[in-house]
Design a protein. Structure first.
Length: 180
């Protein structure tokens, strides 16, 4: 069944179509949720809630972006809501350790895997991790990130710059960065 047909059936509350759509996207969305929520149960709960919201708001899906991108935004927002509900305190690192203008003339070692870079991103403080993940891994722009995180675009740019600086520092410590 083609996706537009499946979505139309879901909009008319066809449970079989909803289950089909859920199965089609649940694994990928679980990976996204797991990037934000470290607890598997929290990630699974967030996915369930996100799908419920998606099915309730399916008439708002306009097709301007892919369905997967639209759903991913709902999943990320749900994960951030979970984090806010947990009253996640943002850990502040000594910002004196990061130069105001990080040296961007660096290259990741060719033996460094994407998984190792993702693991290094996991080591970032939350307020930098989420912006860096959304920008580098999810492909969101500053405007989208600032809306989702409810921060200014200026704060988003600053957090991304600092997040990249921390990332560079972490990768350097792990010997994954050259040309520093």
């Amino acid at each position: 069944m083609h996706l537009p047909d499946l979505i139309r059936k879901c909009q008319s509350n066809n449970r079989k179509a909803q289950l089909h759509l859920y199965r089609k996207y649940c694994d990928g969305m679980f990976i996204v949720a797991s990037r934000y929520l470290k607890n598997k149960d929290d990630a699974e709960d967030a996915i369930q809630e996100a799908f419920i919201k998606a099915f309730q708001k399916l008439e708002q899906f306009s097709g301007e972006v892919t369905f997967g991108a639209w759903l991913k935004k709902i999943v990320i927002n749900q994960c951030l809501d979970v984090l806010k509900a947990q009253k996640q305190d943002f850990v502040e690192m000594e910002e004196d350790n990061i130069p105001e203008e990080p040296n961007w003339d660096w290259k990741v070692d060719e033996n460094c895997t994407v998984g190792q870079v993702k693991n290094a991103i996991e080591d970032l403080p939350d307020k930098y991790r989420y912006v860096t993940m959304m920008y580098l891994l999810e492909g969101y722009d500053h405007g989208e990130i600032s809306q989702v995180l409810e921060i200014t675009e200026s704060a988003c740019r600053t957090r991304l710059m600092r997040g990249k600086g921390y990332l560079q520092q972490i990768l350097k410590e792990k010997k994954y960065v050259t040309g520093y």
